[in-house]
Design a protein. Sequence first.
Length: 318
Amino acid sequence: MPSARDWENPRAGAGRIDNVGRTLAPPTGTTEEFGVNLALFDHKLSLRWSRFETSAAYVTGSNLINNEMNNFFNLVGAWDIAPINSPDLVVVTAADRARLVQGIESTVATMKELFNYSVSTNAQGVATFSFRNPTGLSDTTDFVAKGWEMEAVYNPTRSWRIFLSVAKQETLQANVAPVATTWADGIRANYDALAGKPLNGISGQTIGQAFPGALYGPLDQVRAQTGTQAFDQRKWRVNLVTNYSFGNDGPLAGWNVGGALRWQDKSILGYPTVTEGGVTRPDLANAVTAPATTNADAWIGYVRRNVRRGVDWRVQLN
Protein backbone atom coordinates (compact mmCIF):
# COMPACT_ATOMS: atom_id res chain seq x y z
CA MET A 1 0.00 0.00 0.00
CA PRO A 2 1.57 3.33 -1.05
CA SER A 3 1.53 6.34 1.24
CA ALA A 4 2.78 9.91 0.99
CA ARG A 5 3.23 12.84 3.38
CA ASP A 6 4.23 16.45 2.89
CA TRP A 7 4.46 18.96 5.73
CA GLU A 8 6.19 22.14 6.83
CA ASN A 9 7.95 22.76 10.14
CA PRO A 10 8.36 26.44 11.03
CA ARG A 11 10.43 27.11 14.16
CA ALA A 12 11.15 30.17 16.25
CA GLY A 13 14.24 32.26 15.52
CA ALA A 14 15.11 32.81 19.21
CA GLY A 15 16.17 36.46 18.90
CA ARG A 16 19.03 35.97 16.45
CA ILE A 17 20.59 39.03 14.79
CA ASP A 18 23.35 39.80 12.31
CA ASN A 19 26.31 42.15 12.82
CA VAL A 20 24.24 45.31 12.21
CA GLY A 21 21.31 44.26 14.40
CA ARG A 22 18.93 42.97 11.75
CA THR A 23 16.76 40.07 12.86
CA LEU A 24 17.62 36.84 11.07
CA ALA A 25 14.82 34.93 9.39
CA PRO A 26 13.41 32.17 11.61
CA PRO A 27 14.42 28.58 10.82
CA THR A 28 11.98 26.81 8.52
CA GLY A 29 11.76 23.28 7.21
CA THR A 30 9.74 21.14 4.84
CA THR A 31 9.62 17.37 4.56
CA GLU A 32 8.27 15.16 1.79
CA GLU A 33 7.94 11.42 2.33
CA PHE A 34 6.65 8.58 0.15
CA GLY A 35 6.40 4.94 1.14
CA VAL A 36 5.19 1.55 -0.07
CA ASN A 37 4.24 -1.43 2.12
CA LEU A 38 3.82 -4.99 0.84
CA ALA A 39 2.79 -8.25 2.53
CA LEU A 40 3.60 -11.46 0.67
CA PHE A 41 3.38 -15.24 1.12
CA ASP A 42 0.44 -15.16 3.50
CA HIS A 43 2.11 -12.33 5.48
CA LYS A 44 5.27 -14.31 6.13
CA LEU A 45 7.23 -11.61 4.30
CA SER A 46 6.60 -7.90 4.89
CA LEU A 47 8.37 -5.22 2.88
CA ARG A 48 8.48 -1.48 3.44
CA TRP A 49 10.28 1.06 1.26
CA SER A 50 10.23 4.81 1.90
CA ARG A 51 11.87 7.85 0.38
CA PHE A 52 12.18 11.26 2.01
CA GLU A 53 13.55 14.73 1.38
CA THR A 54 13.86 17.32 4.13
CA SER A 55 14.87 20.93 3.51
CA ALA A 56 15.83 23.22 6.38
CA ALA A 57 16.64 26.91 5.93
CA TYR A 58 18.14 29.52 8.27
CA VAL A 59 19.38 26.96 10.79
CA THR A 60 21.85 28.42 13.30
CA GLY A 61 25.29 27.66 11.88
CA SER A 62 28.93 28.58 12.40
CA ASN A 63 30.25 31.05 14.95
CA LEU A 64 32.55 32.76 12.45
CA ILE A 65 30.75 36.10 12.58
CA ASN A 66 31.64 36.45 16.28
CA ASN A 67 35.28 35.71 15.45
CA GLU A 68 35.29 38.24 12.62
CA MET A 69 33.77 40.94 14.83
CA ASN A 70 36.30 40.29 17.59
CA ASN A 71 39.20 40.64 15.16
CA PHE A 72 37.77 43.78 13.59
CA PHE A 73 37.05 45.65 16.82
CA ASN A 74 40.35 44.63 18.39
CA LEU A 75 42.09 46.08 15.32
CA VAL A 76 40.02 49.28 15.35
CA GLY A 77 40.57 49.72 19.06
CA ALA A 78 44.31 49.17 18.90
CA TRP A 79 44.61 51.70 16.08
CA ASP A 80 42.46 54.24 17.93
CA ILE A 81 44.48 54.18 21.16
CA ALA A 82 47.97 53.83 19.66
CA PRO A 83 48.29 57.57 18.77
CA ILE A 84 47.21 58.45 22.32
CA ASN A 85 49.38 56.01 24.24
CA SER A 86 52.42 55.90 21.94
CA PRO A 87 52.43 59.04 19.75
CA ASP A 88 56.15 58.74 19.03
CA LEU A 89 55.96 55.08 17.99
CA VAL A 90 52.69 54.77 16.15
CA VAL A 91 52.99 54.00 12.43
CA VAL A 92 49.28 53.85 11.59
CA THR A 93 47.96 57.16 10.28
CA ALA A 94 44.53 58.77 10.16
CA ALA A 95 44.48 57.88 6.47
CA ASP A 96 45.02 54.21 7.36
CA ARG A 97 42.12 54.27 9.79
CA ALA A 98 39.93 55.83 7.14
CA ARG A 99 41.05 53.21 4.59
CA LEU A 100 40.10 50.45 7.01
CA VAL A 101 36.41 51.37 6.79
CA GLN A 102 36.37 52.73 3.25
CA GLY A 103 33.09 51.92 1.51
CA ILE A 104 31.50 50.53 4.68
CA GLU A 105 31.47 53.67 6.83
CA SER A 106 27.74 53.55 7.62
CA THR A 107 27.90 49.82 8.41
CA VAL A 108 30.78 50.35 10.83
CA ALA A 109 28.99 53.28 12.49
CA THR A 110 25.95 51.06 13.09
CA MET A 111 28.18 48.28 14.40
CA LYS A 112 29.99 50.55 16.84
CA GLU A 113 26.68 51.50 18.40
CA LEU A 114 25.40 47.92 18.45
CA PHE A 115 28.62 46.57 19.98
CA ASN A 116 28.90 49.46 22.48
CA TYR A 117 32.35 50.32 21.18
CA SER A 118 34.09 53.13 23.06
CA VAL A 119 37.52 54.64 23.78
CA SER A 120 38.23 56.22 27.16
CA THR A 121 41.24 57.93 28.73
CA ASN A 122 42.02 57.80 32.46
CA ALA A 123 43.49 60.52 34.66
CA GLN A 124 47.02 59.48 33.69
CA GLY A 125 46.23 59.93 30.02
CA VAL A 126 46.23 56.19 29.21
CA ALA A 127 43.60 55.23 26.64
CA THR A 128 41.69 51.95 26.52
CA PHE A 129 38.95 50.64 24.28
CA SER A 130 36.04 48.30 24.92
CA PHE A 131 33.26 46.54 23.02
CA ARG A 132 30.78 43.75 23.64
CA ASN A 133 29.31 41.35 21.12
CA PRO A 134 25.51 41.68 21.28
CA THR A 135 23.35 38.86 22.56
CA GLY A 136 22.00 36.75 19.72
CA LEU A 137 24.75 37.51 17.18
CA SER A 138 24.44 34.52 14.87
CA ASP A 139 24.84 33.06 11.41
CA THR A 140 22.87 30.46 9.49
CA THR A 141 23.16 27.46 7.19
CA ASP A 142 20.69 25.66 4.92
CA PHE A 143 20.46 21.87 4.68
CA VAL A 144 18.87 19.42 2.28
CA ALA A 145 18.64 15.81 3.47
CA LYS A 146 17.66 13.08 1.02
CA GLY A 147 17.48 9.36 1.46
CA TRP A 148 15.58 6.13 1.39
CA GLU A 149 15.08 3.14 3.66
CA MET A 150 14.09 -0.46 2.99
CA GLU A 151 12.90 -2.88 5.68
CA ALA A 152 12.11 -6.55 5.29
CA VAL A 153 10.63 -8.85 7.94
CA TYR A 154 10.57 -12.58 7.14
CA ASN A 155 9.06 -15.27 9.34
CA PRO A 156 10.08 -18.69 7.94
CA THR A 157 8.20 -20.29 10.84
CA ARG A 158 6.05 -19.05 13.72
CA SER A 159 9.14 -19.21 15.96
CA TRP A 160 11.78 -17.70 13.68
CA ARG A 161 11.92 -14.00 12.78
CA ILE A 162 14.47 -12.29 10.48
CA PHE A 163 14.68 -8.51 10.09
CA LEU A 164 16.79 -6.63 7.51
CA SER A 165 17.05 -2.87 7.03
CA VAL A 166 19.11 -0.90 4.54
CA ALA A 167 19.18 2.90 4.63
CA LYS A 168 20.91 5.63 2.70
CA GLN A 169 20.93 9.26 3.84
CA GLU A 170 22.91 12.24 2.62
CA THR A 171 22.67 15.76 4.01
CA LEU A 172 24.10 18.54 1.85
CA GLN A 173 24.83 22.05 3.09
CA ALA A 174 24.03 25.25 1.20
CA ASN A 175 24.19 29.01 1.80
CA VAL A 176 26.71 28.47 4.60
CA ALA A 177 27.46 31.46 6.88
CA PRO A 178 25.88 34.26 4.78
CA VAL A 179 26.39 36.89 7.51
CA ALA A 180 30.11 36.18 7.86
CA THR A 181 30.49 35.96 4.09
CA THR A 182 28.78 39.30 3.46
CA TRP A 183 30.95 41.04 6.04
CA ALA A 184 34.16 39.44 4.74
CA ASP A 185 33.36 40.35 1.14
CA GLY A 186 32.81 43.96 2.19
CA ILE A 187 36.03 44.44 4.16
CA ARG A 188 38.50 42.05 2.52
CA ALA A 189 39.80 44.66 0.04
CA ASN A 190 40.43 47.07 2.91
CA TYR A 191 42.37 44.46 4.89
CA ASP A 192 44.41 43.60 1.79
CA ALA A 193 45.23 47.25 1.14
CA LEU A 194 46.56 47.55 4.71
CA ALA A 195 48.24 44.13 4.84
CA GLY A 196 51.60 45.57 5.84
CA LYS A 197 50.26 47.52 8.82
CA PRO A 198 50.84 46.14 12.36
CA LEU A 199 47.84 44.94 14.33
CA ASN A 200 48.71 47.11 17.32
CA GLY A 201 49.43 50.16 15.17
CA ILE A 202 53.06 50.27 16.29
CA SER A 203 55.08 47.16 15.40
CA GLY A 204 54.98 43.38 15.29
CA GLN A 205 52.56 41.08 13.53
CA THR A 206 50.79 42.64 10.57
CA ILE A 207 47.30 42.23 9.14
CA GLY A 208 48.75 40.27 6.24
CA GLN A 209 50.48 37.87 8.60
CA ALA A 210 47.64 37.34 11.07
CA PHE A 211 44.38 37.38 9.14
CA PRO A 212 44.97 34.59 6.58
CA GLY A 213 45.06 32.06 9.40
CA ALA A 214 42.68 33.81 11.80
CA LEU A 215 39.98 34.86 9.31
CA TYR A 216 40.42 33.87 5.69
CA GLY A 217 41.26 30.20 6.25
CA PRO A 218 38.32 29.43 8.56
CA LEU A 219 35.92 31.30 6.27
CA ASP A 220 37.20 29.44 3.20
CA GLN A 221 36.71 26.18 5.10
CA VAL A 222 33.09 27.08 5.84
CA ARG A 223 32.39 28.32 2.31
CA ALA A 224 33.80 25.11 0.88
CA GLN A 225 31.16 23.11 2.75
CA THR A 226 28.50 24.33 0.32
CA GLY A 227 27.31 21.28 -1.58
CA THR A 228 29.26 18.84 0.60
CA GLN A 229 28.01 16.12 2.91
CA ALA A 230 27.41 17.17 6.51
CA PHE A 231 30.11 16.19 8.99
CA ASP A 232 29.73 13.05 11.15
CA GLN A 233 26.98 11.59 8.98
CA ARG A 234 27.21 7.97 7.83
CA LYS A 235 25.77 7.64 4.35
CA TRP A 236 24.88 3.94 4.45
CA ARG A 237 23.55 1.76 7.27
CA VAL A 238 22.67 -1.95 7.23
CA ASN A 239 21.09 -3.92 10.10
CA LEU A 240 20.39 -7.67 10.17
CA VAL A 241 18.58 -9.12 13.21
CA THR A 242 17.29 -12.64 13.81
CA ASN A 243 15.60 -14.33 16.75
CA TYR A 244 14.32 -17.86 17.35
CA SER A 245 11.85 -18.78 20.11
CA PHE A 246 11.50 -22.42 21.15
CA GLY A 247 7.83 -22.11 22.03
CA ASN A 248 5.98 -23.33 25.09
CA ASP A 249 6.53 -27.09 24.78
CA GLY A 250 9.55 -29.35 25.04
CA PRO A 251 12.78 -29.18 27.07
CA LEU A 252 13.65 -25.70 25.70
CA ALA A 253 10.21 -24.22 26.25
CA GLY A 254 10.40 -20.48 26.99
CA TRP A 255 13.93 -20.07 25.69
CA ASN A 256 14.98 -17.87 22.76
CA VAL A 257 18.28 -17.12 21.00
CA GLY A 258 19.19 -14.40 18.56
CA GLY A 259 21.84 -12.22 17.04
CA ALA A 260 22.36 -8.98 15.15
CA LEU A 261 24.88 -7.57 12.73
CA ARG A 262 25.10 -3.80 12.23
CA TRP A 263 27.26 -2.03 9.64
CA GLN A 264 27.68 1.74 9.25
CA ASP A 265 29.50 3.58 6.47
CA LYS A 266 32.47 5.86 7.07
CA SER A 267 31.76 9.48 8.06
CA ILE A 268 33.45 12.76 7.17
CA LEU A 269 35.26 14.46 10.04
CA GLY A 270 36.67 17.42 8.09
CA TYR A 271 38.99 18.43 5.28
CA PRO A 272 42.75 19.01 5.30
CA THR A 273 44.11 22.25 3.88
CA VAL A 274 46.44 22.77 0.96
CA THR A 275 48.32 25.93 0.02
CA GLU A 276 48.62 26.85 -3.65
CA GLY A 277 50.01 30.15 -4.83
CA GLY A 278 50.06 31.45 -1.28
CA VAL A 279 46.33 30.73 -0.85
CA THR A 280 45.22 28.14 1.71
CA ARG A 281 42.02 26.27 0.96
CA PRO A 282 40.28 23.04 1.97
CA ASP A 283 41.19 19.92 0.02
CA LEU A 284 37.71 18.61 -0.75
CA ALA A 285 39.07 15.64 -2.71
CA ASN A 286 40.73 14.13 0.36
CA ALA A 287 38.32 14.28 3.25
CA VAL A 288 39.40 13.10 6.68
CA THR A 289 37.03 10.26 7.58
CA ALA A 290 36.16 8.02 10.47
CA PRO A 291 36.25 4.37 9.38
CA ALA A 292 33.20 2.24 8.70
CA THR A 293 32.06 0.24 11.72
CA THR A 294 30.69 -3.28 12.12
CA ASN A 295 29.10 -4.48 15.35
CA ALA A 296 27.77 -7.93 16.21
CA ASP A 297 25.42 -8.86 19.06
CA ALA A 298 24.12 -12.17 20.36
CA TRP A 299 21.66 -13.02 23.12
CA ILE A 300 19.89 -15.81 24.90
CA GLY A 301 16.70 -15.30 26.83
CA TYR A 302 14.05 -17.06 28.84
CA VAL A 303 10.37 -16.24 29.34
CA ARG A 304 8.05 -17.80 31.87
CA ARG A 305 4.43 -17.04 31.23
CA ASN A 306 1.80 -16.20 33.83
CA VAL A 307 4.08 -16.46 36.83
CA ARG A 308 1.42 -14.84 38.96
CA ARG A 309 -1.90 -13.29 38.06
CA GLY A 310 -1.07 -12.83 34.39
CA VAL A 311 2.43 -11.46 34.99
CA ASP A 312 5.21 -12.82 32.73
CA TRP A 313 8.82 -13.17 33.89
CA ARG A 314 11.58 -12.49 31.37
CA VAL A 315 15.40 -12.52 31.53
CA GLN A 316 17.94 -12.02 28.75
CA LEU A 317 21.73 -12.18 28.55
CA ASN A 318 23.41 -10.19 25.77
